[in-house]
Design a protein around this ligand. Sequence first.
Ligand code: PLP
Length: 379
Amino acid sequence: MIYLDNNATTPLDPRVVEVMRRCLTETFGNPSSSHRVGQQAAAAVETARTQLAEAVGARGEEIIFASGGTEADNLALRGLAAANLDKNHLIISAVEHPAVADTARALEQAGMRVTRVRVDRLGRLDLNQLAEAIDEQTVLVSVMLANNETGVIFPVAEVGEICRRKGVPLHVDAVQALGKVAIDLASWPVELMSFSAHKLHGPKGAGALYVRSGIGLQAQQLGGHQEQDRRGGTENVAGIAGLGEAARLAHQHADQVPAIARLRDRLEQTIIRQVPCAQVIGDPQNRLPNTSNIAFAGLRSDVLLMALSEMGICASGGSACHSGSLEPSSVLLAMGLEPGPARGAVRFSLSRFTTEQETDEVLERLPVIVDRLLAQSGE
Ligand code: PLP
């Protein structure tokens, strides 16, 4: 099996599994308990807090652990809106993950005005539109650091400067970026940032929201005094410890990122040379090192993905299949792609565990599969 779907989720690093195993079997206490077993669990949570904070240039008390990227995004948007009821305007990009896009839509239905900043054909954010959209009613700007489908990286430091000049906080969904792009919250003008463990060889169901000291945020999950009253509920100690260890390892292995990029580039360039109907989607200058989104003209991604899967290759479509009809990805449509090519988009996403032998095998099999499918479809 060749796994090139690491933007969907990643295999766990064995060292993360070991840290989690210890939490599940030995450090099993409730971190709120004052006895020794509880305090050991509390210490595991605090170790993870320090590990994540160090990996992103934050301070420990600025990290709120949550159940994943989706909850972190919800908490950022809803928590900021609830803490600033005198303001009613939210700005997001047109290509946000549903965790942000759908939360913004729900806030819109509750009376919030939402501006969706457009992107160009390469997926680059229109910074002029963003700057012009900010007004005195704007409660928050929320843009992703890296797009999950195309890997396109937004210039969040620049966005942050614009926001700071206008006195508006910036939330950044960095779920796809952590571990692939250097993040330094100590120097970046960013007030809130979302993370998720399972995108960097950690477990599913664990994530965090960074909230810069001094930013008011209303808790959305009530019930206990955990996370300084900002997120109630007994902590997922093993998941949190897994997130901390995964962040530490990603930081430690940052020097492997250029090798991932080289592998991705070779895969992509060879596909483009060998498969005439293939075209790369997204800004080639500012992209995650591990992601390649390729549109295969004349093919449907679900058919190609199924054929790849039968050959043991796991990749993903830029599109979601809704009750049999293939909806083109809203991200690709927002970039101005026609529905036809958008329906043929396939995302290959690598990790530090991807080997050259694996990408070589993909390069051997893919052109044959594409030729066969094109012949079958009469193209
Ligand atoms: N934000 C982005 C950009 C993502 O890619 C994802 C997951 O795919 C999420 C948020 C949601 O994270 P989680 O799966 O941890 O809820």
